[in-house]
Design a protein around this ligand. Structure first.
Ligand SMILES: Cc1cc2nc3c(=O)[nH]c(=O)nc-3n(C[C@H](O)[C@H](O)[C@H](O)COP(=O)(O)OP(=O)(O)OC[C@H]3O[C@@H](n4cnc5c(N)ncnc54)[C@H](O)[C@@H]3O)c2cc1C
Length: 455
């Protein structure tokens, strides 16, 4: 049996088969549940390769890579049972190359642990998903995770220089190099970033880091008119020290938060809020905040508060963090979409979402990352009201269709997984989808790596 062979390879303690133990690897943040047959914990690349070859020899048993299981698209769920490869025990920092400003890690290290390690040495690893304290770098690379800092620093793909992977035939390859410039052949590194565990299992990841900014300050500002806010944001994005965060809350999320989150320093006036961060040297931050305030004041804000004090910055960020928990009063089922549209289409997209909310008579709460056009659209429903759930699904389809019409993407950061695969056709032709499937076949000819995802 496959389980016996895996035990011979890894030992009893690194192979799980009991139902109670498998339960912990059967779900992700979608809260859907699919049980695997076996969970394994490799420690080396060689072991991963042998696991893949064993699965091939046992009727092409499916293999699903898993980091922390925090994904929002079902990527780590074993749809067709098989073996879950948990990377939680491969969590070491293998090399800190300060001369080249590169760090090589195993995939199971948490983003937050890597950030802390580098920060203590005066360095900064910018990709900052809100899940940074509990998601793994392997999962971040597989989903190309992003966060508020993307507006200035980009997302995970901007920091991955090289990957060691095990393909669907058990071969081990290393993509990219330690050089900034590398145009020898196709850029397989970038093809693998965001591949959702369908092309290869990452065993080593080399990431670029940068010097840590010395200081930061925040602004909380609100406008009565979304178009005034939009014009202000465009000016900020052209500032020579671009904001390192440009988060927004529309009227729906201001209404959700204002009765939930109390603060002495924040007034939830207006119909549109920005939370803006400037970072850099202390003097750069001071100058930037003054400039940002001058720009914002030209567009008639109804409330503006800025601070460099930790306690006040915490209060400002607290308002942003309060959005998700404040949504519970609108329903017990959330259809959460992470669409991205070009920045100049955001106001049009938000207006379409508001019309959709009225048309289907469903609360839809929006917030997100203005600077990269990434809107978190939360369609709030009650599970027991099946007719309402059906209306919610129709609202979601309309919103995704409009996103594509506006030149956007149906997923800015959470990936396709199982939740959005039926919507890939909104954007891509059959020919394009065949190209994607062809790529998959080259890396994974027997379709054992995370089958049923993306396509
Ligand atoms: C509260 C919360 C907030 C979040 N905020 C954000 C956010 O701000 N931005 C954002 O982008 N996402 C966010 N997410 C989503 C999620 O945290 C990210 O997608 C994250 O990158 C997943 O990492 P993970 O370790 O949990 O991976 P998992 O969920 O375990 O896996 C995700 C995918 O990666 C694959 N995978 C994992 N490890 C490997 C490997 N070594 N080799 C190959 N494939 C692998 C899996 O097969 C799966 O397809 C959030 C999630 C939660 C619950």
């Amino acid at each position: 049996m496959l389980a016996d062979k895996l035990r011979d390879l890894l030992g009893d303690e690194r192979v799980l088969r009991d139902k109670e133990e498998l339960l912990c690897y059967s779900y992700d943040a979608t809260l859907k549940e699919f049980f695997p047959d076996i969970v394994v914990f490799p420690l080396t690349t060689g072991e991963i390769s042998k696991i893949v070859k064993l699965c091939l020899s046992y009727n092409n048993t499916p293999l699903v890579g898993r980091g922390s299981g925090s994904g929002f698209s079902g990527g780590s769920l074993p749809l067709n049972k098989g073996v879950v490869v948990s990377f939680t025990k491969m969590n070491r920092i293998l090399e800190l190359d300060e001369e080249n400003m590169l760090v090589t890690v195993e995939p199971g290290i948490l983003n937050g642990d890597l950030k802390t390690f580098l920060s203590e040495k005066g360095y900064f690893y910018p990709p900052d998903p809100a899940s940074y304290e509990f998601s793994t770098i392997g999962g971040n690379v597989a989903e190309c995770a992003g966060g508020p800092g993307a507006v200035k620093y980009g997302v995970t793909k901007n920091y991955v220089e090289s990957l060691e992977i095990v393909t669907g035939t058990g071969e081990i390859i290393t993509t990219g190099s330690k050089t900034v410039k590398d145009v020898a052949g196709y850029n397989l590194t970038q093809l693998l970033v965001g591949s959702e565990g369908t092309l290869g299992l990452f065993s080593k990841i080399t990431l670029r880091f940068i010097p840590k900014p010395e200081a930061n300050s925040l602004i909380f500002v609100s406008f009565n008119d979304i178009n005034e806010g939009y014009m202000a944001a465009l000016s900020l994005l052209r500032h020579k020290n671009k904001p390192s965060m440009l988060e927004f809350m529309d009227k729906s999320s201001i209404d959700a938060v204002k009765n939930y989150f109390k603060s002495d320093i924040i007034d939830f006036k207006g119909a549109f809020v920005f939370i803006i961060e400037a970072d850099g040297t202390k003097s750069e931050v001071e100058t930037s905040i003054k400039d940002y305030e001058n720009i914002l004041k030209k567009y008639s804000p109804v409330f503006l508060f800025s601070s460099s004090k930790d306690s006040e910055k915490d209060a400002i960020m607290g308002a942003r963090r309060a959005i998700s928990p404040s949504l519970r009063k609108y329903g017990d089922l959330k259809i959460n979409n992470d669409i991205a549209v070009p920045v100049n289409k955001i106001t049009g997209m938000l207006s379409f979402i508001n019309q959709t909310s009225s048309r289907y008579n469903i609360p839809i709460i929006n917030f997100g990352h203005f600077g990269d056009g990434n809107i978190h659209v939360n369609i709030m429903l009650y599970k027991s009201d099946l007719e309402m759930v059906e209306r919610g699904e129709r609202a979601k389809t309309d919103i995704l269709r409009k996103t594509v019409e506006l030149g956007g993407s149906i997923s800015g950061e959470h990936g396709i997984g199982i939740l959005k695969k039926e919507f890939m056709g909104l954007k891509y032709s059959n020919y394009y989808m065949d190209l994607l499937k062809g790529v998959k076949k080259v890396f994974d000819p027997y379709s054992i790596l995370n089958p049923g995802k993306i396509f």
